[in-house]
Design a protein around this ligand. Sequence first.
Ligand code: NAP
Length: 306
Amino acid sequence: MKDWDLVIVGGGPAGLSAGIYGARARLRTLIVEKLACGGQAATTHRTGDYPGFARGITGPELMEQMEKQAQSLGVQVHYAEAKDLRSESSGHVLLTDGEEIKGKALIIATGTTPNALGVPGEDEFRGRGVSYCATCDGAFFRDKDVVVVGGGNSAAEGALFMTRFARKVYVVHRRDRLRATKILQEHLAAHSKIELLWNKVVKEIQGGAFVERILLADTKGGPDLAIDASGVFVYIGNSPNSGWLRSHLELDERGYIITDERMQTSLPGVFAAGDVRRTPLRQVVTAVADGAVAAVEADSFLGGIV
Ligand code: NAP
């Protein structure tokens, strides 16, 4: 694969935005994407907080538009998984399965992956009732009872989405207060299909061919509770996709890439953008802003080289 001015790893909102800004700066820009562009944002059923869409927009629609915009500007997308990095005097070489891709500058926008519960039954019933994406799998649970685990924005949005299909949606949270934005909390509290189960954690997922029962432990020492349900949607946070960079870039204690305000990492010419970097807010709007800053800074960095 030929050499590029700018190689972006990850085709979510941060990577696509970086691509748009990179291409507009007339950098020969490549996005290296593992699976499909759009990232986790493409699995959000409705983005109600992204400015410019008064009636909201679905995650897939928003991301499809970003991808089209990037490609219309000449950004190329190459499907491969980045495994390692090698730095040379004239740039950085990305190692994927069986090939090397060279960029004079690099932007890491690999995002995060949903955390697993780590309880008995989770792996066994993955794809048979255990899911990490309501938008992807929700329609399989029409008129069924389901459990959504977590108290953040993803859990709240997942639970609200599941009310379209499910008969009843239990939200299981380990504390007595949600972390989700107030407006989402209000929507949860007002929905007749949703029941909040406070101070509970999943102890075990049980069933036959598919999930049938969720065993909950009480974090305040109360008795266990068994919920008959066909699905469990797990939204207990995420971990950064940065393990492959551990020996190259400075990461924080949780594995997020440390950057300065210009998105510069500890390695000159390598920038990071979006959820994978240490940042106080992880939203589509912050990811696209990061991507723009990273690409503009990469362009300045390359000023003396390209
Ligand atoms: P999150 O904000 O980290 O929330 C994770 C939730 O899971 C927390 O309520 C946490 O409980 C709970 N939890 C963590 N570990 C657990 C465990 N082992 N067992 C049980 N519960 C556990 O994650 P998120 O909801 O996926 O959101 C990730 C980021 O994306 C956030 O920055 C969020 O704001 C953003 N996001 C934004 C939107 C939006 O604004 N539209 C939508 C989705 C995501 P505690 O509260 O007790 O810690």
